[in-house]
Every structure is written in structure tokens, then in C-alpha cells.
Write a new protein. Sequence first.
Length: 416
Amino acid sequence: MTRLARDLKGDPRFKRPCFPAGALQQVFPPRPIPHRPAAGLQPQGSPTPFLSKKKEDGQGKIDVLEYRFKSTPPEYSPGMGGDGRNALPRRRLEMKRFVVGWVVAALVVLTAGPILGAEKYPTKPVTLIVPWGAGGMTDVTARLMAEKFKVELGQPVLVVNKPGANGAIGLRYALSQKADGYNVVVGPMTDAMAGPYFLGGDPFDFKDLSFVGGYMPQQRVLFTAADKPFKTFPEFIDYAKKHPGQLSAGSGGAQWALEVVKSIAVKNGLKMKYVMFKSGGEASTAILGNHVDLCETGTGTPAFQAARDGKLVMLVNLGSGTVPYFPQVKNLEELGYPFSAVVEYGFTVRAGTPEEIRRKLEDTLKKVLNDPEVKSKMEGMGLTPRFIDGKQYGEVVTRAVKSVPELIKYSKKAEE
């Protein structure tokens, strides 16, 4: 503070003027504008001056003070209508009714939406996601059925291959799409769901899936070339014991079946090399080209057809059933081995897909499998078309996957 300011601060001539409370109102009294209450209603309480907006008085705009009441009885307030009824609560009630009406309408639309969507489904192309490579039985059967699905659904049905990680890549992709029935996973979910256990990844949650239905169990078969020094399963075991580390065994994209091959090695004390291919088609090319000594693929693959032609030798059935056209080939259960391959093909969608859409896909799958042309082509390839509903298919996959940890623990000894 400057010296001049300090000197002026104590000078009484420079003190700020102060007016007593109400002095201005006495000098400039407000001009009251009386209210016009409804008949029979009298305003109560102490009036308080209130500055309203500027009004015309014939000579220009002036500020007008009017009286409002501090305490207003519930029978009368500035928000009342001319008939004495309170307009504000009535407006609030109308607003509440308006909001409630919109909420009810929205709920009706949300509830009816899936049902109406299911009746119209599909309104655009449906994609069948194959989590394995081209040429394998998943790819071949998906393309075979896609043509019939197109006729039944009245929309184009596309087949898209997304191979890798024993089906995990394609399955994760499908789970990242909308649960609207337009992306359907096709293939052995027994393998896809078990894949993360074999590869050390995070397992899938069954709650994320909704099973449509199964269409084919498949026997996995161990082949060798016709020019190999062993022609039977016992001869193979004997040769592998005498030549540790010299034989290579491949798999047609089924990690489960490859682990079963490893379990054979564990029980018999064999040392072999193992190769995983993307599909049964790729594995068939490898065994036919002598790039591996042994190879497992499913029935119906080019390797299976080559065995029917005498170009390959079928050593053993890695499953628990009977191989079409080769009833004499024994399975591992018959030979007393602790594990066998369980491969069940089917259709699966993301959980949350409307039940009406899932059921429509299930019914369509059943119709397609009963089509004489489809059955004839599948049986001609050495496949076994068989329909089971979504509930049964889910039970098969769940039961099979639960046995995987024990198989992994056992087959790891083959790598020691």
C-alpha cells in the first residue's frame, strides 16, 4: 500500500457511504402489481418485492417491482391454472407418464426384436468358419453342406478358412463376432476346445459357446507308406524299438490324435519325431510324398482314399469305433491302450445367439444330413454322417475335453 493510500484510508471524507436497511425502498417505493387469484382463494404470507422484466408504460421501458409471497399456501401458487388447480404437479405427472410410456415401448421392442429377427433370419449371407486349412475333412464337409444350407435358408452361405493353433484361432475369431447367427463355427469342437490345453494357452469357457448340433464322428487312423519295412501295427512297434529316433510321425491338424500317437510311444518305450500339419489334406500330401514315415489323418481324407487304393497301409485305428471299408483294422481300445482319439464334428455359435436362430440352424442341419445326396457323398468318402442335437453335442464335447489333462500328463513322457 502506498503512502498516499494510507493517508487517505484514515480520512473520514473518503469513507464509503452506507445506507440503512430499507432506506432505498422508502425513497423509491415499489409499485405493486396485484395478483389475480382464482375465485375463493386468498393469497397469504408476507409480500416481498420482486424485480420483474422491463415493461412498457407508454413513455419507454421501466423496471417494475411486483410482490411475491414468501410462504404460499398449497391451495394457490404462481404455477396454478386459472381454475385454481396446480399446473406444475400436473405437468410433472404428464412428463412421468410420457417417460414411462417410452420405457415400456422400448422394452417391448427389445423383447420382440430377437423373435422378429429369428422369423426373418437370415436376411444376409451366413458365414461358415472353418478353423482348419483347405482340403481337410472339415473344409470338405463344410463346403458340401453349404450348398444345401443355401437352399434351405434362402441366402448365400460362405465358407471361410481360419486355420492355426489346432482350431483355436478360428474359434477365437468367431467368438469376437456378434451373437446373431451369421458366423457359425464348423468342425470338431472336441479338438478346438482341447487345443489350448495341448498348446499351453488359456482354455475356452464353455459358457461362451452355444452348440447347434453334431453331424459326424470321425475315426482317426495311423497310416504308413506301402514301401515301408513294416506292414502291421506289431511290426511297426518292433521296428520303432530297434530304430529309436529315426521315425517321424505327422498329424492332420488334430492335436488330440497326435497326443494319442505319443501315448502309444510312451507305453511301448518308443522314440520318434512329431510334426503337426494344418489339415488332413496337407498331412495326406506329406505321407504320400514320403516326407514323414507315419501320419494320422481322419477317414475321408486323400490319405484314406489312397489306402483304399492300396497306396498306403493302415496300421491302427486311433479311435474306439470301426473304420469304414476297413472293419479288420483294430482300434486302440481293443488293443488295451489307455487313450483313444475322440473327434466329433458339429456346428457351434457364440453364446447369446437367440434361441430361435440357434434352433433354426439345428433344424436346418438335420434336414441337410437327411438329404440323400449329402449322405451318399459323405459315405462315399468313407465318412459317417450322423445327426445329434445341440444338447447332445455339447455333452459329447464336454465329456471328451475333461479327459484331456490326464492324456497330456501321460503323453508328455514321450518327450522326456
